[in-house]
Design a protein around this ligand. Structure first.
Ligand code: ADP
Length: 476
């Protein structure tokens, strides 16, 4: 076995419960790792970039406000910015004298009178750079500090300066607190994942286990098994599909039994008669030519009946095996139909049936003549079998633009709506079947198989108590 197959096999032996649990654990660990990376490894970098961004944005906001606001407004604006962002802000005039100042840090590098750092930075802003961003170590506290500054007004001839100082408080202690919290959260998450996965897997697996058990029963031939798929949509769909499959299986099973019963019955009757009449000829009528011929006639009829039945079965099995190919040829449809109807003249005369043919003009069609002949024959045969007491059957040929419509109508009891779908099924046979002409329950299945092979449309229109019209359309 190749290794992938082996793995797949091993995989498919793991119960759903464990799989869900495993996925949950993997998910938890992934969340934990992500949190760890972001919280611990990148915490410092995040913090620093956040602080830098805050200071930078504050500086931009202040220089914008400087031009727009009056003194008191500006003063309160600076206080607000300083408090909101934990900053020390100094706004200086063109000589480097403090005009507005707010210190929230308490350990500001640029605050206070005669501040040397402030003088130094103002010098830089006056001469070299018009904007500065420094990160400096505060020697007293050993913290890193951000020092930002820019000019106000025209950079070449500044009307003042903004200086901003922000502290980068070490994140080490915060990180260790977060680390502990993360560990605790991870432990809790793993326990929660375990409980949820247990609960979830039970909910998911329970209906599937139930359905599997029912399917096993079905496989053993119990067609009364119920498939329950409570809990969620997919299980319900699976259960519904299996219930449908069960119904179909049960129907086919019943039909197969019926067919065997029907076929054996149909075989037994002529066989019994054959034997009885053969014995009669041997023992009684052998010397009486009239009686003997009468009995021989019955034997011949019954043999015909038998060969019809056997032919039907063979035809259908050949058609359904897909091995039969169409053998199309061109022929006259009207002539062909008259020829088929003629074949029924024997039974018409003997039993009083009347086949009314309503032809259209002669039309050439191309199809497998032998098979289409059989379709028309089977449909007329059925119409005779099931027509009403008036014994009338109507056969119509209607030439259309793109084909020829053939209709075969009877005046019988009609077919119920829900039966129409079934009658074209193999083995289906109604209980109130009367046998004027031999029937096997296969006639319409042969019709369906042939018309499907030709890709012709076909169907039934039926009114209960009035009769049915079977139709199909030969494409031209
Ligand atoms: P069979 O006629 O030998 O039983 P078919 O396959 O020809 O088999 O027909 C299947 C079933 O369809 C019949 O048993 C009958 O119940 C129904 N059926 C067929 N043709 C007609 C019809 N013209 N009128 C009413 N029922 C019909």
């Amino acid at each position: 076995m190749n290794p992938i197959k082996k793995l797949q096999n091993a995989n498919s032996r793991i119960p759903l419960k464990f799989k869900i649990w495993m996925y949950f654990i993997v998910f938890t660990v992934a969340v934990f790792v992500l949190l760890w990376i972001f919280q611990i490894l990148f915490l410092e970098k995040f913090y620093e970039s956040m602080k830098t961004q805050d200071a930078s944005e504050s500086m931009d906001a202040i220089s914008e406000a400087y031009d727009k606001m009056d003194k008191t407004e500006f003063n309160s604006f600076i206080s607000k910015v300083a408090v909101d962002n934990d900053l020390c802000i100094e706004v200086l005039d063109r000589y480097g004298r403090s005009i507005f100042s707010k210190d929230v840090l308490g350990d500001c590098l640029i605050h206070g009178k005669e501040n040397r750092t402030r003088v130094y930075i103002v010098n830089i802003l006056q001469s070299e750079d018009k904007i500065i961003r420094y990160k400096i170590k505060n020697t007293r506290t050993n913290y890193d500090m951000l020092l930002f500054g820019c000019t106000l007004g025209d950079p070449e001839n500044p009307s003042g300066f903004i200086l901003i100082n922000s502290a980068l408080v070490p994140v080490g202690s915060t990180a260790s607190i977060i680390k502990r919290q993360l560990m605790l959260i991870t432990a809790i998450l793993i326990i929660v994942a375990f409980v949820i996965s247990l609960f979830l897997s039970k909910r998911i697996a329970r209906p599937i286990t139930g359905i599997t058990r029912s399917a096993e029963r079905l496989a053993k031939g119990d067609f009364d098994t119920r498939f329950e798929g409570k809990g969620y949509l997919e299980a319900k769909q699976l259960a519904d599909t299996l219930t449908y499959a069960e119904k179909e299986l049960s129907r086919v099973d019943t039909m197969q039994r019926d067919l065997i019963a029907n076929v054996s019955h149909d075989l037994r009757t002529p066989l019994t008669m054959l034997k009885a009449y053969a014995e009669m000829i041997r023992d009684l009528s052998g010397d009486n030519p009239v009686k003997r011929n009468e009995h021989l006639e019955i034997i011949i009829n019954e043999t015909d009946r038998l060969s019809l039945l056997v032919n039907d079965i063979l035809d259908l099995s050949k058609l359904e095996s897909g091995k039969q190919k169409l053998n199309p040829s061109e022929f006259e449809i009207k002539g062909k139909m008259m020829e088929i109807i003629d074949r029924f003249s024997g039974i018409s005369e003997k039993k009083g049936y009347h086949i009314n043919f309503e032809p259209d003009e002669e039309r050439m069609v191309v199809c497998d003549v032998v098979k289409i002949e059989q379709v028309i024959y089977n449909l007329i045969n059925n119409a005779i079998n099931y027509t009403g007491a008036d014994k009338q059957v109507y056969v119509r040929q209607k030439n259309l633009e793109d084909g020829v419509l053939i209709e075969i109508e009877d005046t019988g009891d009609g077919i119920e709506e829900d039966k129409i779908k079934l009658i074209f099924d193999k083995y289906y046979r109604s209980e109130n079947h009367k046998r004027e002409v031999v029937g096997t329950g296969l006639g319409l299945s042969i019709v369906k198989a042939v018309l499907k092979m030709h890709n012709y449309d076909y169907g039934v229109r039926s009114v209960i108590g009035k009769g049915s019209i079977f139709w199909f359309k030969i494409k031209t």
